[in-house]
Design a protein around this ligand. Structure first.
Ligand code: NAP
Length: 279
């Protein structure tokens, strides 16, 4: 079994570097059994961090995750997200109760604000803190927060933020310029979403040639590249158990200096600030 590296959160707890996403799961009834099998196969392979959200399939993805982890709750580091329009203190608390019911668990390990809207961050933080005090969540964090959003979060009393989940892959390197250094200075590991660019990586790229050298494919190279950063958590989504197995094998793929230079040439790192992208 591939060894899943562990990433330290600011409170000292370590969580798996490679997890499993769930966006677009529970959208098609005929795929349901396979999606549940894929998540369970991932748990068997040590991909025990599962990322979901109240938004996904309108709560349906949480229900599906609840079914997939039934009897295995203790193995899982469970992450869900609250809609920004539920971001008031009371709204966060009520949304979390609904998520817990759908997931059929007593508590979340990590609860994220899905993205930022107008509700003051103090409100959302108060909701997260009340949920922690009530034992409904263990940690909280944010998603799609750029550098200035993080500064506002800290100014609003959000020093306990555990992670910032953002779009990051070979074709979306903007956060390397300023966001990742800003997070790193606080000991906050980033969590990469869409690390496979939603299966739309450019065809015929250097990723394929590097893959041939290592006996891997372009997706495994792209994932190994995201995970090359020592503080990076990544949550690829795979509803096909074969993709889950391929992603787990990417943990064993070590890219050398030559590979990294070839990727930098084809997908250059940012040389100036780019606004954080969202999918
Ligand atoms: P992704 O993980 O980059 O790509 C998922 C797609 O890649 C699926 O079509 C999947 O196919 C395919 N795939 C997976 N493994 C593969 C492999 N080894 N080889 C070839 N194809 C493979 O995109 P994503 O779902 O957008 O992002 C991942 C997760 O991040 C989401 O599921 C969600 O949990 C989270 N996310 C968060 C936000 C946010 O705003 N916070 C936004 C987007 C995503 P199959 O399903 O057929 O296996």
């Amino acid at each position: 079994m591939p060894v899943n590296r562990r990433i330290k959160l600011p409170d000292g707890e370590s969580i798996p570097a490679l997890g499993q996403g769930t966006w677009m799961m529970a959208e098609h009834p005929h795929q349901r059994a396979q999606e549940i099998a894929a998540l369970r196969a991932g748990l068997d392979l040590g991909l025990t961090l599962i990322d979901t959200a109240e938004m996904y399939a309108d709560g349906g993805a949480e229900t599906l995750v609840g079914e997939a982890i039934e009897g295995r709750r203790d193995e899982v580091f469970l992450v869900s997200k609250v809609y920004p329009h539920n971001g008031t203190r009371a709204g966060v608390m009520a949304a979390c109760e609904r998520s817990l019911r759908r997931l059929r668990v007593e508590r979340l390990d990590l609860y994220l604000l899905h993205w930022r809207e107008e509700i003051p961050l103090e409100e959302s933080i108060a909701g997260f803190e009340a949920l922690q005090a009530a034992g409904k969540i263990r940690m909280w964090g944010v998603s799609n927060f750029d550098v200035t959003d993080m500064e506002d979060l800290f100014a609003a009393g959000g020093a306990a933020c555990a992670t910032n989940q953002v779009l990051y892959n070979v074709t979306r390197r903007g956060p390397e310029y300023d966001l990742f250094p800003a997070l790193s200075s606080r000991g906050i590991p980033p969590m990469a979403y869409s690390p496979l660019e939603q299966a739309a990586l450019p065809k015929g790229s250097v990723l394929e040639a590097i893959g041939r050298k290592h006996g891997a494919d372009a997706y495994q190279v792209a994932l190994a590249w995201v995970l090359r950063r020592p503080d990076m958590i990544a949550v690829p989504k795979a509803g096909d158990p074969r993709h889950v197995a391929a992603n787990a094998r990417a943990l064993e793929l070590v890219l050398d200096e030559e590979d990294l230079a070839a990727i930098d040439a084809a997908f250059p790192p940012p040389s100036r600030k780019r606004p954080l992208e969202m999918i």
